[in-house]
Design a protein around this ligand. Structure first.
Ligand code: GDP
Ligand code: IMO
Ligand code: MG
Length: 423
């Protein structure tokens, strides 16, 4: 029998709680491997009364005897990476023996960040709402075959290559009417490159496949969410990588026949940060209460997240694209404040009732809701599913029936311990 990788990824627009659950599941694995995205991600972990936010480093880093791999599909900003490592150092986390970085991961240059900002500024009201971490321009250079990779920093001609790419960027920037400061960021970046050099840099595709062949258990950690996927998200309001299960194959070098469980994470409602369509978005006091109760402010940028009811057609779509085998429902506790909870089951669009997201459906897409009774009970102290109020059990059953996939974990608070198994 083939030893397969498990994949854990977000099914909505990101921030579903991936970091928390990866941390919870890590003791069951030998390797946690990030496969795409970069410091646009902000994965929050809370345990022992302390909060940690990771951007580039996989969420298994706080556990001993587990190796964390930053895969080839990830893009790394050395400055942000160094800051993350320094935080781990402050917390006494032995990162050196736990962290491996792919030679093939691409580097985010200071000029990629500036290009991201210049591009967003030029778009004006049509901006993507990017995290301004340089993600889009870095992946553009990757597919445009101009990029710099982590392995390049070990070569003698690295500075030469860096300068060549920088010059290309400066030419592009001269076409924008955009002011920027580069020197200081560049100095800092070069220092961080030296820091990165001291890490263990490997051919991670060989490492992961050898580990699988030896029977080791691997969990691939996604970033962002399926509705932000470059191919299947609400284009152009998406990120620049494949956030779906297939991204774990290309982002780690794992063959499709070596993908096993696919854990799909979703919030009991929906949030989105940045621009783009969001059919169930609430522009009223209900949305405001959701944001407040769920502390829906970005982990990376601090921006308020847009909030709305759960969207079943969008969830089904994400499950189809990803081949989800188990669903994890997060932040159930946040909905405790509502007497009535709505679930979008269909959309009304051009006088038709549909259950899929149509191409370019930015306007005139009206959610069709089913209302259910809320549980109006504090869930945060619950330790077993038997203690769940009946209305919550009904909510869980409604969703897993509608999607056709079991919900095997329900999260009732941000702490590691507030995680209920439904098995
Ligand atoms: P990620 O990007 O998917 O890892 O998610 P983020 O960390 O960006 O956002 C999730 C936020 O929700 C964080 O602030 C978590 O601490 C918090 N969180 C995770 N699970 C729960 C939960 O079940 N209940 C509540 N109230 N908060 C949660
Ligand atoms: P995690 O891993 C939520 C959003 C941005 C913007 C769009 C493009 O924490 O779930 P980018 O910087 O990637 O070019 O921005 O994608 N975005 C996220 N939203 N969670 C994330 O990551 C995100 N990463 C990017 O807000 O709308
Ligand atoms: Mg996040």
């Amino acid at each position: 029998m083939i030893n397969k990788t498990a994949v854990l990824l977000g099914l909505q627009w990101g921030d579903e709680g991936k970091g928390k659950i990866v941390d919870v599941l890590t003791p069951q694995y030998d390797i946690i491997a990030r496969f795409q995205g970069g410091p646009n991600a902000g994965h929050t972990l809370i345990f022992d009364g302390k909060k940690h936010v990771l951007h580039t480093i996989p969420s298994g880093i706080f556990h001993g005897n587990v190796i964390n791999v930053i895969g080839n599909g990830v893009v790394i900003d050395p400055i942000i990476f160094q800051k993350e490592i320094e935080k781990l150092q402050e917390n006494g986390v032995p990162f050196q023996e736990r962290l491996l970085i792919s030679k093939k991961a691409h580097l985010i240059l200071p000029t990629h960040r500036i290009l991201d900002a210049a591009s967003e500024a030029a778009k004006g009201a049509a901006k993507i709402g990017s995290t301004l971490k340089g993600i889009g321009p870095t992946y553009m250079d990757k597919t445009g075959r101009n990029g710099l990779r982590v392995g390049d920093i070990l070569e003698d001609d690295f500075v030469l290559k860096y300068n060549e790419l920088k010059e290309k960027h400066l030419k592009i920037l001269s076409q924008y009417n955009f002011e920027y400061e580069l020197t200081e960021m560049e100095n800092q970046w070069m220092k961080s490159i030296a820091f990165l050099k001291a890490m263990t840099i490997i051919d991670s595709e060989h490492y992961v496949n050898n580990a699988l062949n030896q029977g080791k258990k691997v969990l691939a950690e996604g970033a962002q969410g399926s509705l932000l996927d470059i191919d299947f998200g609400s284009y152009p309001f998406v990120t620049s990588s494949n956030t779906v299960t297939a991204g774990a194959c290309t982002g780690l070098g794992i063959a499709p026949n070596k993908i096993g469980d696919v854990f799909g994470i979703f919030k009991a409602y929906c949030t989105r940060v940045g621009s783009g369509p969001f059919p169930t978005e609430l522009h009223d006091e209900v949305g405001e209460r959701m944001r407040k109760e769920g502390h829906e402010f970005g982990s990376t940028t601090g921006r308020p997240r847009r909030c709305g009811w759960l969207d079943i057609p969008a969830l089904k779509y994400a499950c189809m694209i990803n081949g989800v085998t188990e669903l994890f429902m997060m932040k159930a506790d946040v909905l405790s404040i509502f007497d009535e909870i709505k679930i979008c089951t269909h959309y009304r669009w051009k006088n038709e009732v549909i259950d899929y997201l149509p191409y370019n459906a930015t306007e005139n897409l009206e959610p069709v809701y089913t209302s259910v009774k809320g549980w109006s009970t504090d869930l945060t102290q619950i330790s077993h599913q038997d203690q769940f109020p009946v209305e919550l059990k009904d909510y869980i059953a409604f969703i897993s029936d509608a999607v056709g996939i079991p919900i095997t974990i329900v999260s009732v608070g941000p702490d590691r311990t507030q995680t209920i198994s439904m098995r």
